[in-house]
Design a binder for this molecule. Structure first.
Ligand SMILES: C[S@@+](CC[C@H](N)C(=O)[O-])C[C@H]1O[C@@H](n2cnc3c(N)ncnc32)[C@H](O)[C@@H]1O
Length: 280
C-alpha cells in the first residue's frame, strides 16, 4: 500500500513549487496584492472543466454558509478557496503531496482566506479526523489515483455526519472502448499505469453505495468534458500561470492524452452526489 502511495506522491512531487508559483504570480501583481479565486482558475482547478465544474459540484452538493466541508485530494486548494468564497463555508483540504499543501497554504494567504480555508498533508485512506466531523465532502479527480476504493469510501463515510453530502467528480474507465478501454499514458494523474486505478462509472457507484451512501445525483459528464477539450484546442495557448506551472513542461502531453482518451471512449467523466445513510 505504501509503495502505491509513494508512486502517486512521486507523480505530484512538484519540486520547488511554492517558489515557482511566487515567480509566475508576479505577472499578476506585487506579492502584497490580494489575488481573486478567478485569477487563479487556470492554475489551481486541477480537473476537467476547471472552475465551472467546481461551481456545479458545490451547487449539486447543496453547500451553504454554516457548513464544514472537507475536500479530499485538495491539490493546491483552488476548489476549497472557491467554495469558501462563494458560500462562506469553512473548508479543510487534505492532500498526499506536501509541496501541494505548502502551495495551497501560500495561495490561500494570497487570496486572504486563511481564516476559513486550511490544509493538511494526509492520505485519503487514513483521514486525520473524528467520525461525523463534516457536513459535506468533495472528491474531484482523485479516485483514479486510489487502488483501495472500499477503504476510500469507508473513510469518506466515517468523517461525514449522517445525512451529509458526498459529491464526487471523477474520471472513469470508458466502457466498450478498444482493449477494454485501457487509456494511452501518460495522463494528468499518472505517467504510467502503475499509479492509475480506474473503475467504470457503474463500479464506482457500487463501491460508494457499499460504504453506506444513498445515490441522489448521477450524471455522465463525458460529453461536457469532450466539448471543453474541443473548445480548449480551438482557443490557442492557455492563460499564465496554468497547470503546466504546477506539473512541469510535459503537462501539455498529459492533457493531450486525456483529450484523446475521452474522444476514443477509453475514459469517461462522472459527476455524482450521495447522502450519508445510517451505518448498520
Ligand atoms: C488531479 S489532482 C486534483 C486536485 C484537486 N482535487 C482539484 O480538483 O483541483 C489529484 C490530487 O489528488 C491527490 N491524491 C492522490 N491520491 C491521494 C491520496 N491517497 N490521499 C490524498 N490525496 C491524494 C494528489 O496529490 C493530487 O493533489
Amino acid at each position: 500500500m505504501t509503495d502505491l502511495l509513494d508512486g502517486v506522491r512521486d507523480h505530484y512531487r512538484a519540486t520547488g513549487l511554492t517558489e515557482r508559483l511566487k515567480a509566475a504570480l508576479a505577472a499578476l501583481g506585487p506579492e502584497d496584492q490580494r489575488l481573486t479565486v478567478e485569477q487563479l482558475g487556470a492554475l489551481d482547478q486541477f480537473h476537467t472543466r476547471g472552475l465551472a465544474a467546481t461551481a456545479e459540484l458545490g451547487k449539486l452538493a447543496g453547500i451553504t454558509a454554516g457548513m464544514s466541508v472537507l475536500d479530499i485530494g485538495a491539490g493546491i486548494g483552488g476548489p476549497a478557496r472557491f467554495l469558501a468564497a462563494t458560500y462562506g463555508c469553512r473548508v479543510t483540504g487534505v492532500d498526499l503531496s506536501e509541496p501541494f499543501v505548502e502551495a495551497a497554504r501560500y495561495l490561500t494567504g494570497r487570496t486572504g482566506q486563511t481564516g476559513r480555508v486550511s490544509f493538511q498533508t494526509a492520505s485519503a485512506l487514513a483521514l486525520p479526523f473524528e467520525e461525523a466531523s463534516f457536513d459535506a465532502v468533495l472528491l474531484q479527480h482523485v479516485a483514479m489515483n486510489i487502488a483501495d476504493r472500499p477503504l476510500l469510501y469507508r473513510e469518506t463515510r466515517r468523517v461525514l455526519k449522517q445525512g451529509g453530502r458526498f459529491a464526487t467528480f471523477d474520471v472513469v474507465r470508458g466502457e466498450g472502448a478498444p482493449n477494454g478501454g485501457e487509456p494511452h499514458y501518460p495522463v494528468p494523474w499518472a505517467r504510467t499505469p502503475a499509479t492509475s486505478f480506474l473503475l467504470t462509472a457503474a463500479a464506482t457507484g457500487e463501491a460508494i453505495e457499499a460504504a453506506g451512501f444513498r445515490r441522489l445525483v448521477w450524471r455522465d459528464d463525458t460529453e461536457a468534458a469532450k466539448a471543453w477539450i474541443t473548445q480548449l484546442r480551438a482557443s490557442g495557448p492557455p492563460p499564465q500561470p496554468n497547470l503546466g506551472t504546477l506539473m512541469g513542461p510535459d503537462f501539455a502531453q498529459l492533457a493531450a492524452n486525456l483529450g484523446r482518451n475521452l474522444m476514443e471512449g477509453r475514459l469517461g467523466v462522472l459527476t455524482a452526489v450521495f447522502e450519508a445513510a445510517s451505518i448498520r
